[in-house]
Structure formats: C-alpha cells, structure tokens
Design a protein around this ligand. Structure first.
Ligand SMILES: [Zn+2]
Length: 88
C-alpha cells in the first residue's frame, strides 16, 4: 500500500485528535465522579481569617480551626455579614 506524505500526516492528525478526545472524555468522567458533594449550607466561612471549612458535625456554631474565632453559619455564605464576630 502506497501512502503519500499528505495522507500520512492526515492520518497522524486524525489519530492525535481521537486520542485527545478520548483523554478529554476520560477526564470529564473522572471529574464528575470526584466532584465535591458538600452543599453550600455545610460550608463555614470565617470572617476573621477568611478560611473556609466544613465542621465534622452538622452544627450552626463552631470555632475556626485556623484562628479559633467563633463562626456562625448563615443562610447565605456568599455575602459575609458586616457585624463583627466575637473574638477570644
Ligand atoms: Zn478563622
């Protein structure tokens, strides 16, 4: 079978594209499997050091593991409330 230069590079390009598509599909499948299962309501956000964390128990009040400030879970974690948090 005689193969021209153009045919060879076209075949190489096609195989490369197929390989990239396969890697992409594999990565998408893997990413979906390992995605975060935490809901936003469980996430705490420290107003003092801006550390985001998830406590071991589902509580509404706990201490920040980084700076030990008392953190209160709010309905909307996206906008931190302006009032200051009690400091130890
Ligand atoms: Zn903190």
């Amino acid at each position: 079978m005689e193969m021209s230069f153009t045919d060879f590079f076209f075949a190489l390009l096609s195989l490369s594209l197929l390989y990239i598509a396969w890697l992409w599909a594999r990565e998408l499948r893997r990413g979906k499997k390992n995605s975060w299962q935490i809901s936003r309501s469980q996430l705490f956000h420290c107003n003092n050091c801006h550390w985001a964390f998830v406590p071991k128990e589902p509580v509404s009040l706990c201490r920040c593991p980084r700076c030990n400030t008392v953190c209160i879970r709010r309905r909307n974690n996206l906008s931190p409330a302006p009032e200051s948090v009690e400091k130890k």
